[in-house]
Design a protein around this ligand. Structure first.
Ligand code: FES
Ligand code: FES
Length: 168
């Protein structure tokens, strides 16, 4: 292929997209630079802080260490598309209801991890939430605020399901 570029088709926030790029281009650069979805943040750039987490085929991945060639036919969800994922509450809005964070740089990664947790386990307890978030580094050390927000999301999520059940 000329210039060692590959053509890839995948789904990004429920839209079918096609790109052409070097096979090793990082997913975070595709998201942020090519598609201008800047809600995903880069912290360490080496797969250790969780700032850049997105959902790939329903699982969390650090987008800074995912090369483009792994994207073929993948289903990618970024923080911008999170509200459209079925089966979970609007985590972004719920996070905004509590304002415990300092700079908020880690928030999108945390929300993506929380989304994956709720998809697998709709009623996680505090221990499970702490465990799920253990890979997310907050550079401001605002961990108690993050946990408070996460607990708020989970509590609201349970209430919403209950309200739906009794109204339906
Ligand atoms: S920026 Fe990707 S894990 Fe830190
Ligand atoms: S990195 Fe600043 S609030 Fe987490």
């Amino acid at each position: 292929m000329p210039g060692n570029r590959i053509k890839l088709k995948f789904t990004l926030n429920e839209k079918d997209v096609t790109i052409e790029c070097p096979p090793g281009r990082r997913l975070i650069d595709i998201i942020r630079l090519d598609f201008k979805l800047t809600g995903t943040k880069e912290g360490c750039g080496k797969g250790e802080c969780g700032s850049c987490v997105i959902l790939m085929n329903g699982n969390t991945v650090n987008s800074c260490i995912i090369p483009a060639f792994r994207l073929a036919d993948a289903n990618i969800v970024t923080i911008e598309g999170l509200a459209r994922v079925k089966g979970i509450p609007d985590i972004r809005s719920l996070f905004a209801e509590i304002q415990p964070l300092q700079c908020g740089y880690c928030a999108s990664g945390v929300q993506m991890v929380l989304a994956a947790l709720l998809l697998q386990n709709p009623k996680p307890d505090e221990r499970e939430i702490r465990e799920a978030l253990s890979g997310n580094i907050c550079f401001c050390s605002a961990y108690s605020g993050l946990l408070k927000s996460a607990l708020h999301v989970v509590k609201h999520s349970k209430k919403r399901r209950y309200a739906k059940r009794i109204s339906g």
